[in-house]
Ligand binder design. Structure first.
Ligand code: PBG
Length: 328
C-alpha cells in the first residue's frame, strides 16, 4: 500500500445513514421544544400573521386546539403571549385576572394539566399603548423601578391563572429579583423563573411585532435590551445577575446569530439554558422556502441542530409542533 494514502479517514463514519445515525453527537427531542403562541382578545376567527406564514393570533378556542396538538406531538412546553383588545399606558391587561392571557391560561390549565409545561412571557409591551416594555417617565424613558412593580404584579396574575414557568423578557434591571420576591410572598414559591437573561436589541424581532401588535410607537428598545455590538462580557454578566436574583433557568435570544453567546453561557452556568429561535429567524426561512430558494425542512432541522449543538437545552421555536411530529 502506498504510504501517502491517508490512514485517518473520517469518511468511514459517514458512509451510511445507519452509521451516521449511530455516531450522531447532537440529537433533538420533542420534549426540549417550546412553542410560542399568541392569543388575541375579542376576535371570532384566528388571524394569520402576514410576516409569519403558518403562525396565527389565536382565539381562545383555536388556542386550545393548537395547544392540544402540540401536547399530542410531545412538545415540551408552550409560552403564551397575549394581545389585549384595549391597551393603555400602564399595560393594565398584563395583570388583570380577566386579561386575555390569564383567561387563556385557565382554559389551558384545565384542558392540559401537566401534559406540557405552560409558560408565560412576562413583559408589558403587548399591553402598553406606546409599545414599550415598561412604564414611561414624563420625558419618555422607560422607568426601570416603577416597571418592576408592574412585572411583579403580572407574574402573580399569571401564576394564579395557572402558569408553571414565569419568563420575564423586559430586560429591566432587577426584574428577576422583584418577580421572585412577589411570587414567594404570594404563595408561588414553587414556580420557577426562566429569565430572558441575554436578550439583544434585535432586528430579528420584526415579525413578532406584527404578531403581538407591540411595535414601539416611538424610538426602539436599545436603551434596555443589549447592543449586539456591546461589551464582550455583558451577556455573562446579565446571566450571573439573573441567577443571583433567583433565576432557575436562563435564555439567550435571538438564537442563530448569537450561537457564540449561547456556547459561552452553556459553558459557564449549571442551570438549563434555553435559546429562542425568534420570529425573524422563522420568517427568513419561510420566505426563502416559499420562493424555492432553500429546502425548508432541511434548513429548519439544520438550524435547530446548530442551536442544540451550541448548547441549548431547550429551544423556543414556532416550528415546535411540526418538528416534534417529524421526530416521533
Ligand atoms: C417581549 C418579547 C419580544 C419577543 C419575545 N418577548 C419582543 C421584543 O423584545 O421586542 C420577540 C420574540 C420573537 O421575535 O419571536 N415581550
Amino acid at each position: 500500500m502506498n504510504a501517502q494514502y491517508p490512514v485517518a479517514r473520517p469518511r468511514r463514519l459517514r458512509r451510511t445513514a445507519a452509521m451516521r445515525r449511530m455516531v450522531a453527537g447532537t440529537r433533538l427531542h420533542p420534549a426540549e421544544l417550546v412553542l410560542p403562541m399568541f392569543v388575541k382578545e375579542g376576535i371570532a376567527e384566528p388571524q394569520p400573521v402576514g410576516s409569519m406564514p403558518g403562525v396565527v393570533q389565536h382565539t381562545r378556542e383555536s388556542l386550545r386546539k393548537a395547544a392540544h396538538e402540540a401536547a399530542e406531538a410531545g412538545v415540551g412546553g408552550l409560552i403564551l403571549f397575549g394581545i389585549p383588545a384595549h391597551k393603555d399606558a400602564r399595560g393594565s391587561g398584563a395583570d388583570d385576572p380577566d386579561g386575555i392571557v390569564q383567561v387563556a391560561l385557565r382554559d389551558l390549565a384545565s384542558d392540559l394539566g401537566d401534559a406540557l409545561v405552560l409558560m408565560t412571557d412576562t413583559c408589558l409591551d403587548e399591553y402598553t399603548d406606546h409599545g414599550h416594555c415598561g412604564l414611561l417617565t414624563p420625558d419618555g424613558e422607560v422607568d426601570n423601578d416603577a416597571t418592576l412593580e408592574r412585572y411583579a404584579s403580572a407574574a402573580l396574575a399569571q401564576a394564579a391563572a395557572g402558569s408553571r414557568v414565569i419568563a420575564p423578557s423586559g430586560m429591566m434591571d432587577g426584574q428577576v429579583g422583584a418577580i421572585r420576591a412577589a411570587l414567594d410572598a404570594g404563595g408561588f414559591a414553587e414556580i420557577p423563573i426562566l429569565a430572558y437573561a441575554a436578550k439583544y436589541a434585535s432586528g430579528f424581532y420584526g415579525p413578532f411585532r406584527d404578531a403581538a401588535e407591540c411595535a414601539p410607537q416611538f424610538g426602539d428598545r436599545s436603551a434596555y435590551q443589549q447592543d449586539p455590538a456591546g461589551p464582550i462580557g455583558e451577556a455573562l454578566r446579565e446571566v450571573r445577575l439573573d441567577l443571583a436574583e433567583g433565576a432557575d433557568a436562563v435564555m439567550v435570544k435571538p438564537a442563530l446569530a448569537y450561537l457564540d453567546i449561547l456556547r459561552q453561557v452553556r459553558d459557564t452556568v449549571e442551570v438549563p439554558v434555553a435559546a429562542y429561535q425568534v420570529s425573524g429567524e422563522y420568517a427568513m426561512v419561510e420566505a426563502a422556502a416559499a420562493n424555492g430558494w432553500i429546502d425548508r425542512e432541511r434548513v429548519i432541522m439544520e438550524s435547530l441542530i446548530a442551536i442544540r449543538r451550541a448548547g441549548a437545552d431547550m429551544i423556543l421555536t414556532y416550528w415546535a409542533t411540526e418538528v416534534a411530529r417529524g421526530l416521533s
